[in-house]
Design a protein around this ligand. Structure first.
Ligand SMILES: NC(=O)c1ccc[n+]([C@@H]2O[C@H](COP(=O)([O-])OP(=O)(O)OC[C@H]3O[C@@H](n4cnc5c(N)ncnc54)[C@H](O)[C@@H]3O)[C@@H](O)[C@H]2O)c1
Ligand SMILES: N[C@@H](CCO)C(=O)O
Length: 405
């Protein structure tokens, strides 16, 4: 396990306590004390804290979990089959995933932010290293992709992959989200990422990149309703959806929340008859949904699917279809340094990849650390002409490779 935050804690709990045949051999965290606190809070006592590779390998052979703050020790452990990445960090996440590949380890990621930004190139690198890479189940991308496969598997054509969100306020900041974050043991930036629309943009971008779908417009349509999603198919123009071949979307305030849905169609008269018989209505859009997403509870099965069955829950198709671009949360001035995802300066919006490229838009996942060179008005998308990018970053080199896929 890489990272010892809230989701990592849940995954360790699930795997160690409720998953016969799977163990968390080791947890890496920059501060091993944080990982120790996680194990202690979960009542898991059979661990060794060490940066010594020989002691660590021996501990694992003896059935213990290793906690380490040394990334090289972690990556060189003999018995580790799959590395689970759960930091939400782009730069660190990309580096450690590539290193894991180089050490022959498969990677199951919970990091939708990174998969949206650099998933296609990471998958290519995994294949070149003869290892597997996928995003896990539990968060909306995995849950939606399972539903998409289920619906498509019955012969229907998915036209919307949707996400039901409780709220959206682009201007939330770590200051406004501090109280909520504290009440759930979450980082304020993570809580802001969820509230300001950035996370839903990343989630839907992962799904678009896995299905080849697009967005209807920058930022998605983002309708609001307190009705059930079964009653909301009328919001969308069916012919336009057909012409586009499918979109990723989200609805704010609808039920069931926090679920995911797929609106699909069929031209088969026998299917149409029996969808009506099954009380799904007369079409042409039919509503399928999962009423929840169960976060880390689903992680073990997605690890097993990837490793034992070569059945990734969700991976990019071949290249990016929808990216997330940085948008000013406030007026930005020359000299401002952009903070990270869920920060004070920017929020993320989905846009179609071709538009992102032709307008030279700045990727949300790569915006942190960029220095603004021109005034940028609140709610304007940033372009690469508005910023100076920090020198020498691996993530920028990976993006150069990715855009030529
Ligand atoms: N918390 C949720 O409700 C939730 C829900 C769905 C998905 N997720 C996703 O799960 C992932 C993790 O979220 P979380 O809430 O567990 O986060 P968290 O802030 O609780 O934990 C993040 C962990 O990663 C480590 N980390 C972060 N940046 C790092 C860096 N640059 N270098 C080294 N280590 C670093 C931290 O030390 C910490 O251990 C994210 O991708 C997030 O979007 C979270
Ligand atoms: N997926 C989680 C985190 C934010 O997306 C949620 O919807 O609450």
């Amino acid at each position: 396990m890489i990272g010892a935050g809230e989701m990592a804690k849940g995954m360790i709990n699930q795997i160690e306590k409720y998953t016969p045949g799977m163990v968390v051999s080791a947890t890496y965290n920059r501060t091993p004390e944080r990982a120790k606190k996680v194990y202690d809070a979960l009542g898991l006592t059979n661990y060794l804290i060490t940066d010594d590779i020989i002691k660590a390998n021996q501990a694992i052979a003896d059935g213990k979990s290793v906690i380490t703050g040394d990334v090289q020790t972690f990556l060189n452990l003999d018995k580790v089959e799959v590395v689970v990445e759960s930091t939400g960090a782009i730069d660190f996440g990309a580096k450690i995933i590539l290193e894991a590949f180089a050490h022959g380890k498969h990677v199951l990621s919970f990091n939708a932010e990174l998969d949206s930004t650099l998933g296609p190139i990471l998958l290519k690198k995994a294949k070149e290293s003869n290892v597997k890479y996928a995003l896990g189940d539990g968060d909306q991308p995995g849950v939606t992709m399972n539903l998409y496969r289920y619906v498509k598997g019955m012969g229907f054509d998915p036209l919307i992959c949707g996400n039901v969100k409780g709220m959206l306020d682009y201007y939330r900041t770590p200051a406004t989200q501090k109280g909520f974050a504290e009440s759930w043991g979450m980082a304020p930036e993570m809580a802001t990422n969820f509230a300001d629309g950035t996370k839903v943009a990343f989630e839907q971008s992962c799904i678009a990149n896995a299905t080849g779908m697009r967005v209807a417009k920058r930022g998605m349509l983002a309708y609001e309703s307190n009705d059930h999603i079964d009653n909301l198919t009328h919001l969308y123009d069916f012919d336009q959806l057909k012409a586009w071949g499918g979109i990723v979307e989200f609805i704010i305030g609808a039920k069931p929340s926090p679920g995911v849905f797929v609106y699909a169609t069929t031209e088969d008269p026998y299917s149409i008859k029996y969808l009506d018989y099954g009380k799904l209505g007369k079409g042409p859009l039919y509503s399928f949904y999962v009423p929840y997403h169960l976060l880390f509870f689903d992680i073990a099965s997605s690890i097993s699917r990837l490793i034992d069955f070569d059945d990734p829950v969700i991976i990019p198709l071949d290249k990016p279809y929808v990216d997330v671009v940085a948008t000013a949360k406030t007026d930005l001035n020359p000299g401002d340094t952009i903070d990270g995802i869920g920060g004070f300066k920017t929020y993320g919006l989905c846009d179609n990849h071709n538009e992102v490229r032709s307008a030279n838009l700045l990727y949300m996942g790569l915006a942190e650390g960029c220095v603004v060179t021109k005034p940028v008005k609140k709610d304007s998308v940033l372009t690469y002409d508005d910023v100076v990018v920090p020198k020498g970053r691996l993530i920028d080199r990976l993006m150069v490779e990715q855009v030529s896929l």
